[in-house]
Design a protein around this ligand. Structure first.
Ligand SMILES: Nc1ncnc2c1ncn2[C@@H]1O[C@H](COP(=O)(O)OP(=O)(O)OP(=O)(O)O)[C@@H](O)[C@H]1O
Ligand SMILES: [Mg+2]
Length: 278
């Protein structure tokens, strides 16, 4: 494990605009955010505040007007072509809609093996990794011969998570990964994400409009309002006693707080980090 305290992801003063060069429509107005190794940072805010746009900028899916995105000490703000493809080994994404993000014409086995084949893995290597990841997300091996439409929403999200994991990334952008699921399934998928983080040390940037969800999984939370981060801090504080007026409104609109659960998760993470640094 690294003893380096530099954050894995370092976003500085990021400005993103849609529209055209002549008529830009700014959506992110100078966002700065860090995600440490093994850390889960929540990104909350109302619809249209720019959460997905930040995720897309990190993935290189929207052009950055100014500011920088650093990953593992490298500037990846404008990474393109081969450099961007190489980053897919380190930075992955899980979207809200697991059906839309899984090719309905491919078997689960092919969906999971594809990123490995693209990276040059042999069939045997790919098969071994796919088997390992199915175990990790608690799906039986025989699912490899089936198609996404044959699964429930929760199972499809497990497949999407397994696909995000096959290259053993260091950061996964989770964009509303449980918003389309019922409450019980949400809880099992969130627990799975927590367990995967504990076992693999992967970092999450966890986008959600739901403070209750974020409270369960995140060590720190950033609150986005109209393309700006208005407050960033410990998950247990932000989700129970926020300072900024907008965060307070967001909290009031969210389900009952469980600061104790949040505090426990945060303590466990800090202990883990101290272990690693030792
Ligand atoms: N491709 C695009 N072209 C133009 N405008 C866009 C595009 N994508 C998003 N926007 C605009 O940028 C703003 C931020 O959108 P974004 O999708 O990042 O919000 P969000 O916080 O993820 O919202 P939600 O919670 O609904 O997913 C919105 O005003 C949206 O209309
Ligand atoms: Mg979004």
């Amino acid at each position: 494990m690294s003893t380096n305290d530099a954050p894995l992801l370092e976003v500085s003063d990021l400005v993103v605009a849609y529209g055209t060069k002549r008529k830009p429509v700014p959506v992110l107005h100078g966002v700065s955010l860090e995600v440490g190794a093994g850390e889960c940072v929540g990104l909350v805010g109302e619809s249209g505040s720019g959460k997905s746009t930040l995720g897309k900028a990190i993935l290189g899916l929207v052009p950055v007007a100014s500011g920088t995105i650093g990953f593992d000490g490298r500037d990846i703000t404008h990474a393109k072509g081969r450099d961007r493809r190489a980053l897919a080994a380190d930075i992955q994404v899980v979207f809200q809609d697991p059906y839309g993000s899984l090719d309905p014409l491919m078997t689960v086995g092919d969906i999971l093996a594809e990123p490995l084949a693209t990276a040059g893995a042999s069939k045997a290597e790919a098969k071994a990794v796919v088997g390992e990841m199915l175990d990790r997300v608690r799906l039986p091996k025989h699912v490899i011969d089936r198609y996404p439409s044959e699964f429930s929403g929760g199972q499809r999200q497990r497949i999407a998570i397994a696909r995000a994991l096959v290259r053993r990334p260091r950061l996964i952008i989770c964009d509303e990964p449980v918003s389309a699921l019922d409450l019980t399934t949400q809880a099992t998928i969130l627990d799975l994400l927590i367990e995967l983080q504990r076992d693999t040390g992967v970092s999450y940037l966890f986008v959600s409009h739901d403070l209750g969800v974020v409270r369960r999984v995140c060590h720190r939370v950033a609150v986005m309002y109209r393309g700006e981060l208005v407050e960033t801090g410990d998950g247990d504080v932000i989700t129970s006693d926020p300072q900024h007026a907008y965060s307070k409104r967001l909290l009031m609109a969210s389900p009952v707080a469980d600061p104790q659960l949040q505090a426990e998760r945060r303590r466990a993470w800090l202990a883990l980090r101290e272990d690693r640094a030792a």
